[in-house]
Design a protein around this ligand. Structure first.
Ligand SMILES: *Cc1c(COP(=O)(O)O)cnc(C)c1O
Length: 406
């Protein structure tokens, strides 16, 4: 991987017409350790957030020894990047053949579920392999309620009374029963973990079985930009969220059991930025060489405002407008699809024009992971960059990034 001091240097030297991901290993290490140090249990990185080998390897080097995986390709990627690491198969609804692969080939002994038919699927394979169920930890995924950019309880999770039954069934068979929840991604309400812990406590006391562990999932918010025309959301800092979480864990009586967290976004978001090129400017619209079918899908569906920095092309001698004037541009993506228009504008100097570059910051989560080959566009160029996106001058795109206090 080629290394540059910052994205501006990379853009001016490469003059790229394709999107370029700028990876910052030092930032990834810092954010990985920040999480692992603040969480009083095992940190299992959620591979779906960004499963690139260079990301997984860096996270493993930073000290993470467990990975949350959901498919055969994720088993393989995590195993290749960190051969010694533990794999936690935390997808509640799995194909029978994938369960077999996990148990037989990958030696996975930790799985999750939210229905009795999933217990039957797992038990069939455990019996077939002549495994002792006591060697397998099964996490009952508990439904949670609350507010996150992506609310996942509509899809997965057993209601509390159902979770009680499932735990008792697992205990009866001889599996190690455990409890898990995942509050969704990019939480917007810091109380959400407390409510989930309260619910987990209710389930535990009704079930009357000894829990092997509690897995509190992911959801921890990354810092993004904010649209100056909208009300600034009030969110506590990362440190405040984690302090509150540690206190709640003690108060709800979970501090004496093994704990697991599955952070994704909060660990990788800041470590990658993306250089895109303006292919055309048409009034208040710019057309760029990336879009919702490639790196910007998450910002589109999650209505996330990403911080942007302007990298003018020095070869352009004539510009119209005032460079001091920061205005919103509607951003159209690279494909011929008419829905490929971002849901949030980029705020840029009004002098931005065809051929210029824009560096989009904090885009390490759900960007490369969600790329499609739609219309033949597939960004796949990565360089290494030494300087954090937030270092130096503030990005032009947004007055400020919602910094979670460092
Ligand atoms: C996606 C996912 C995560 C990671 O979520 P983030 O919001 O990126 O932290 C963790 N656990 C499970 C079960 C998930 O599906």
């Amino acid at each position: 991987m080629k290394t540059f001091a910052n994205a501006r240097e990379a853009a001016l030297e490469m003059r790229p017409d394709v999107p370029v991901y700028c990876f910052r290993p030092a930032v990834l290490t810092e954010d990985t350790r920040r999480f692992a140090d603040a969480f009083p249990g095992k940190t299992a990185y959620a591979v779906k957030t960004n499963g690139e080998p260079f990301v997984l390897e860096e996270i493993a080097r930073a000290g993470v020894k467990a990975f949350d995986v959901a498919s055969p390709a994720e088993f393989a990627a995590a195993r290749a990047a960190a051969p010694e690491a533990e794999l936690l198969y935390m997808h509640p609804v799995k194909a029978q053949s994938d369960i077999r692969l996990a148990l037989e080939t990958y030696g996975i002994r930790t799985l999750s579920l939210d229905h009795e038919d999933e217990v039957a699927k797992i038990l069939r394979i455990v019996r077939g392999m002549d495994l002792d169920p006591a060697d397998v930890s099964l996490f009952v995924r508990l439904q949670t309620k609350g507010s996150a950019t992506y609310e996942l309880s509509k899809k997965f999770g057993a209601a509390p009374a159902h979770a009680v039954e499932l735990l008792q069934r697992l205990d009866g068979i001889g599996f190690k029963p455990a409890l898990a929840f995942h509050v969704g991604s990019q939480i917007e309400d810091p109380e959400i973990y407390e409510r989930a812990l309260g619910s987990a406590d209710w389930v535990r006391s009704r079930a009357g079985v000894e829990l092997a562990a509690l897995d509190i999932g992911g959801g921890f918010p990354a810092s993004y930009g904010h649209d100056p025309r909208r009300k600034k959301p009030v969110m506590p800092s990362f440190e405040e969220i984690m302090e509150r979480l540690r206190k709640d864990i003690v108060e709800w009586g979970f501090s004496d059991m093994p704990l697991i967290a599955e952070p994704g976004r909060v660990i990788v978001a800041r470590s990658i930025s993306l250089i895109v090129r303006v292919l055309l400017k048409k009034g208040k619209r710019i057309y760029i060489n990336d879009g919702i079918w490639a790196s910007l899908s998450d910002s589109w569906t999650g209505k996330i405002t990403l911080p942007a920095r302007f990298i003018p092309d020095p070869a352009r001698k004539r510009r119209t407008g005032n460079a001091e004037n920061i205005v919103p541009f509607k951003v159209c993506g690279a494909t011929c699809d008419s829905v490929d228009i971002l849901s949030r504008p980029f705020w840029l100097p009004e002098t931005v024009d065809t051929g210029d570059w824009i560096e989009i910051g904090h885009i390490g989560a759900y960007s490369l992971a969600l790329r499609s080959r739609f219309n033949g566009f597939y960004p796949d160029t990565v360089v290494e960059v030494e300087t954090p996106f937030d270092a130096g001058e503030e990005p032009e795109g947004f007055a400020a990034i919602e910094t979670m206090a460092d």
